[in-house]
Design a protein. Structure first.
Length: 750
């Protein structure tokens, strides 16, 4: 949707272009005698480029595969080659069978399958013409297979060619000089065409104070919201000139040495300049008279960058017109009304597919972690779809899957009277087998869920083989579309969750992300943080921004532990643990500078869930260990100040430990292993466990709380059922006895 920018909007955001800053003795602008453009080689494996991880399997009925890649705005491809590793079917006819390679629908070459290659792993390199490479590119691999000189069936199992995920696209990239112009911002600091993780250093004069850290955290969350699935990292540098695109924070009184002679500013200012030693590297200067100006400047970036133009702009004022509401994060599905699939769509052709066997249609559902669905009978989904009708009722069907688990299938009929249906996605916690009393895990909804629609067509081919002719009816291409007006409804559910749960923090930033702008979060940091601690803050907040899709505009920072008891907010702790929280009853795992100890629970499962008995988390041993190797920890616990608030602490025993912590925060594989109330991060990986008491956040009516407690403790339910039965039987016996006495008394009177 295109938004019309009015003059009133520009005045409200307070953005007015400035004249170019005076040339300084340092000469930070790009020189005419620029160095030769740097060249770098980039290898992109198919594992990263293919739509789904794994090998690309081409068959007779699905002969086409795709890989896609983008090119940054500040780079140009000078050389390109496709390095393929594939294995063709041993039944293929040599020479007649081949693989065609297209780049943006232009034929780049044909790879002929020889007699020596059939049935054998093969490696080959095919050059690609860089003249046809644009911003967004698609390589199409089309398999043409033959296995019989007389008559062949396109659906035959003999027709296949498997391309290994070890194949890669090799590019030689040359840097392009860019103007110092903010009109294309956030390029080059973030480029949506680049699928690699975002690494953006943030530079300070020295150890940053609270205001500078708050400004950097807001900006990190804004860049994280744009990086999203790519991942993001924000290394903090103190008075150090970066060697890549970076953000520099400077006030008139505190600025890095390489900006010492730069002219002072008279208000919040955002400017882009060239690196003093490399004209192909850009620096984003966030300047102000003081820290408040820096915060205003980054809020201007977060909320008004669409109005940027020229080399620098001033941000006079940024005003939040309406407060954020709970659970309204842009990346989360709405829980106050049904949502259409068009609102959940992430790219234009996501809900349509074509081919003899159309590729599955997938959609991601991001849910608030505390959505209480345990006693729900199912989620209503109103599904509308269109498809190429099969010629006959041949078993073609639409299969609906949730998180790789089958939900339901529907026949694709030749003539449809209606193309809409209502589904209810089951989300029960288990199915009871009455014969064996075995609990079989059923469909579960998590924080991130994948809804998949498979249009499976039965391939019909007929052949008539005789001595003089062969007749074959080749299958035609089918089309499948999920209508954007289809809806899914998560409204009407309460928010209630067992805590602590570090998985919710690692995967959704919860409980801090309950309000997307982090207005109910206070972050406690050290008074003199080192660079690794500042990086941990930026990475943690940047990761939350990537999960919510909204910057942390209202994040509050403090270095005074006494303030924690004065604000009813969730606490994000980075740095040293304050004395007020060094209590074993409140924190089950503690890492200090010179000592670490861990309490092990009585019984620990690999993936504990809400239904685990509380005794499982009761510690039965304690181990004190002293070692030189670095270690970091994530701790989740209940706030001692407010019962509905939580504390998540990011602790390490050394700067090297914070390096481990930062690597874990930006590594999606390591984040997936975080759960429970404590996670220990070492060089060997992440070990998670649940220690300490469980508590609950959110609200349920008392009757639902009773049913929830009984559902978690079946013995209690059985005991209460027995007790209720006994009481009811006794009351019934007493009632019958009283009635009998009355009848006997009446007979005596007669």
């Amino acid at each position: 949707m295109t938004k019309k920018i009015t003059w009133f909007t520009a005045l409200a955001l307070g953005m007015v272009p400035l004249s170019q800053a005076e040339t300084t003795a340092l000469s930070l602008t790009q020189t005419n005698n620029a160095a030769a453009a740097p060249v770098a080689n980039q290898q992109l494996p198919f594992k990263q480029l293919a739509p789904a991880p794994g090998s690309v399997a081409l068959r007779g009925t699905s002969p086409v595969g795709y890989i896609q890649f983008g090119v940054r705005h500040d780079e140009v491809v000078t050389q390109a080659a496709l390095q393929l590793e594939f294995t063709p079917s041993p039944a293929l006819t040599p020479v007649e069978s081949h693989l065609k390679v297209y780049l943006n629908e232009v034929l780049m070459g044909v790879i002929t399958i020889t007699k020596e290659q059939v049935g054998q792993p093969t490696r080959t390199t095919l050059p690609l013409d860089p003249r046809y490479i644009t911003d967004f590119n698609r390589v199409r691999l089309e398999f043409v297979g033959h296995y019989n000189n007389i008559c062949q069936d396109p659906s035959s199992s003999n027709l296949w060619l498997n391309i290994s995920q070890a194949s890669s696209l090799n590019l030689q990239m040359q840097k392009l000089p860019l103007k110092n112009d903010l009109s294309s911002f956030p390029i080059p600091f973030f480029d949506a065409r680049d699928n690699r993780p975002l690494t953006l250093p943030m530079v300070f004069n020295q150890q940053p104070d609270l205001g500078q850290q708050q400004a950097a955290a807001i900006l990190a969350s804004w860049f994280g919201a744009r990086a999203q699935w790519r991942g993001q990292s924000f290394p903090a540098l103190f008075n150090q000139l970066p060697d890549s695109h970076a953000v520099v924070f400077a006030t008139n009184a505190q600025r890095p040495d390489f900006l010492r002679d730069y002219p002072p500013v008279d208000g919040p200012t955002v400017e882009v300049i060239s690196h003093p030693q490399n004209p192909y590297v850009k620096l984003l200067l966030v300047q102000g008279r003081d820290d408040n100006d820096l915060i205003t400047a980054v809020k201007g970036i977060a909320q008004g960058n669409i109005l940027f133009r020229g080399q620098n702009v001033s941000v006079d004022r940024v005003e939040q017109l309406a407060p954020r509401q709970p659970y309204d994060a842009p990346n989360w599905i709405r829980t106050d009304r049904p949502m259409t699939f068009a609102e959940l769509q992430q790219y234009p052709e996501q809900l349509q597919s074509s081919g003899i066997d159309p590729d599955p249609l997938m959609m991601t559902l991001n849910l608030p972690p505390d959505l209480f669905l345990i006693r729900s009978k199912g989620i209503d989904m109103h599904l509308k779809y269109r498809y190429t009708a099969p010629r006959t009722l041949d078993g073609s069907r639409l299969a609906v899957n949730l998180n790789n688990q089958f939900v339901q299938a529907f026949n694709l009929v030749p003539e449809r009277e209606k193309n809409a249906l209502v589904l209810r996605l089951p989300i029960t916690q288990g199915l009871l087998d009455s014969d064996k009393n075995l609990s079989i895990p059923a469909l579960k909804l998590g924080t991130v869920n994948e809804l998949r629609f498979d249009f499976d067509y039965a391939t019909v081919t007929t052949s008539n083989i005789s001595s003089d002719r062969c007749e074959t009816i080749a299958p035609i291409e089918n089309h499948a579309v999920i209508d954007g007006n289809s809806t899914i409804n998560f409204s009407g559910y309460r928010h209630f969750m067992a805590m602590p749960d570090l998985r919710a923090f690692a995967n959704a930033g919860f409980p801090f992300s309950r309000l997307a702008d982090l207005s109910q979060t206070v972050t406690l940091i050290d008074k003199a943080p080192h660079a690794e601690q500042v990086s941990a803050l930026l990475n943690a907040v940047g990761n939350i921004g990537a999960q919510t899709g909204y910057p942390a505009l209202a994040l509050q920072l403090t270095n005074d532990p006494a303030q924690l008891s004065q604000v009813d907010k969730d606490i994000l702790l980075i740095g040293s643990l304050p004395e007020s929280l060094r209590d074993e009853a409140k924190v089950g795992l503690l890492t200090e500078t010179t000592k670490s100890w861990v309490k092990l629970p009585v019984r620990q499962t690999a993936l504990p869930d809400e239904g685990s008995p509380k005794t499982d988390g009761r510690p039965d041993s304690r181990t004190d260990i002293r070692a030189e190797t670095a270690m970091a920890t994530l701790i989740g616990t209940q706030s001692p100040y407010f019962s509905q608030r939580s504390i998540v602490a990011l602790l390490a025993d050394s700067p090297q430990g914070y390096t481990l912590l930062n690597n874990a925060l930006i590594d999606s594989t390591k984040r997936a292993t975080v759960f429970g109330s404590a996670a220990v991060i070492r060089e060997s990986g992440v070990s998670s466990l649940r220690v300490g008491d469980m508590y609950y956040v959110g609200h349920l009516p008392w009757w639902e709380r009773v049913w929830h407690a009984l559902a978690l403790h079946p013995l209690w339910l059985a005991g209460m059922s027995t007790l209720v039965t006994i009481i009811f039987a006794w009351l019934l016996w007493r009632g019958l006895k009283v009635l009998s006495r009355r009848r006997l008394s009446a007979d005596e009177k007669d």
